[in-house]
Design a protein around this ligand. Structure first.
Ligand code: SF4
Ligand code: SF4
Length: 452
């Protein structure tokens, strides 16, 4: 099969997948977990437990706070010690359920055996309900509730499900290891997703720097005998895993400004989400853990850990030998789209994919100089934006012009920053402006709604 990629912009950072040989490894339980009530896009979940309650692994501890929201489950067995604010990665207060761990007792009905269940239930409505009850959200970083994505609005039709196995962010290898070690479960998850969307074709897109995963998933599909699922080998290019970029690469269709993938007939799910769908539907297992790459040239022991949701970052880091002396920055996620961690006591979330340690040399940016109007940032932007212009408008706080120039379409990929020879902090400035413009758009929509 020919190698595909998206058509506009993009960059080629070194992939630095130095943890690729690290097999998935279960992290021992921490003494306490702090499970955040808002770890998905949409309304925060509302707690359904009280201080002093005994909980088991997989028991719901919070219910959705709206249509776009998700169930949250206890990731451990033990006693609820507190429900209150805890500082997150950025140091902001977030409501959390604090649970002291006692043993590892799972809620009734969850199949914790490794037996692969390949027979898919016929009732699609029941499948979506299981996904909803399992608290499944997009685990590729977007954390959009999966049951909502699988229920397209009237008039929209899905023509293809795409499973994003690109993992184009440098350093990250947890999806790669999942494809290699849990490929069967991912393929069954993909088969469930294509069935739910109307037995449409499904493409599992994997970048060419993971030939073992491509070969393994092809072999699994043939062995399990599922029809309508193919593997597409993709050219390496960042940000191939962006939803709109992947749809362009696989289907040659462009998702318009402000539109959803379903508008062009696509539903995109990440590899980890396909696994979570398998677990929720076939094993009754809600999202209580996820795989996290811990990496960086300065880090003493690279790892791909299976971590219970709500585990303090410090516990993970100490398990692997502690923060290296020469590390000056910890990033949650990859170097391109990740966020700096300001608080190592913060807990992991369903969408935590990696912890990356960087040295001073790796983080040092040369001082910014004046824009030389080279246009490299615009050439690199996969959304067809003009980052130099957005940056100028952001500095002038010209919200109207920012909106007219589609700052809200920015996917915060960092390609502009990566390409800029003048070292202008384009992403930082554009990200702030985007937040302000989106805030204004939401306020306008709320005011218009109130008038009705
Ligand atoms: S961060 Fe935004 S403006 Fe910059 S290249 Fe990516 S999409 Fe374009
Ligand atoms: S890449 Fe940097 S220097 Fe070149 S046009 Fe964009 S902002 Fe200006």
């Amino acid at each position: 099969m020919s190698k595909r990629t998206f058509s506009i912009g993009g960059v080629h950072p070194h992939d630095n997948k130095i943890s690729r040989e690290c097999a998935l490894e279960q992290l021992p339980l921490a003494p306490k977990v702090y499970i955040q009530l808002s770890q998905h896009i949409g309304a925060p979940a509302k707690p359904v437990v009280a201080v002093g309650d005994k909980v088991k692994v997989g028991q719901p501890i919070a219910e959705p706070g709206g249509f776009v929201s998700a169930f949250i489950h206890s990731s451990v067995s033990g006693t609820v010690k507190a429900i209150g604010p805890v500082k997150d990665l950025a140091g902001n207060s977030q409501m959390c359920v604090e649970i002291e761990v006692e043993g590892d007792e799972w809620a009734d009905g969850i199949d914790t055996t490794p037996t692969l269940v390949t027979e898919i239930p016929a009732d699609n409505k029941a499948i979506i309900e299981k996904i909803r009850l399992g608290g499944v959200v997009g685990l590729g970083g977007a954390t959009f509730p999966t049951h909502v994505k699988l229920s397209p609005p009237p008039g929209s039709t899905c023509e293809r499900v795409i499973i994003n196995g690109c993992e184009c962010e440098p350093y990250l290898t947890s999806d790669f290891r999942t494809l290699l070690e849990k490929g069967e479960q991912v393929v069954v998850g993909a088969a469930i997703l294509r069935q739910v969307m109307g037995n449409v074709p499904c493409t599992i897109a994997i970048e060419e720097n993971k030939p073992e995963a491509i070969a393994h998933i092809r072999e699994v599909i043939a062995r399990l005998g599922y029809q309508g699922i193919e593997v597409m080998s993709m050219k390496m290019r960042y940000p191939q895993g962006g939803e709109k970029q992947l749809i362009d690469a696989v289907m040659r269709r462009q998702v318009g400004s402000g539109a959803l993938p379903i508008s062009v007939g696509a539903v995109v799910q990440n590899v980890a989400t396909a696994l979570a769908v398998y677990e929720a539907v076939q094993k009754n297992k809600p999202v209580v853990d996820n795989s996290v790459t811990v990496t960086g040239e300065c880090f003493p022991r690279q790892a791909n850990l299976i971590v219970r949701v709500g585990t303090p970052l410090k516990y993970i880091i100490d398990y692997l030998g502690g923060v290296p002396a020469d590390a000056v920055k910890v990033i949650s996620g990859g170097p391109m789209m990740g966020r700096a961690v300001a608080n190592l006591d913060a807990p992991t979330l369903k969408g935590t994919s990696a912890l990356l340690f960087l040295t001073e040399k790796q983080t040092k940016r040369a001082p910014a100089s004046a824009c030389i109007r080279c246009g490299k940032c615009a050439d690199a932007c996969p959304m067809g934006l003009e980052p130099f212009l957005l940056n100028r408008l952001a500095k002038a706080s010209d919200m109207e012009a920012l909106e007219n120039n589609a700052v809200q379409d920015c996917i915060e990929c960092g390609c502009c920053l990566y390409s800029c020879p003048a070292n202008i902090p384009l992403l930082d400035n554009i990200r702030i402006a985007k937040g302000q413009v989106l805030g204004a758009i939401r306020a306008r929509a709320a005011a218009a709604q109130a008038k009705k």
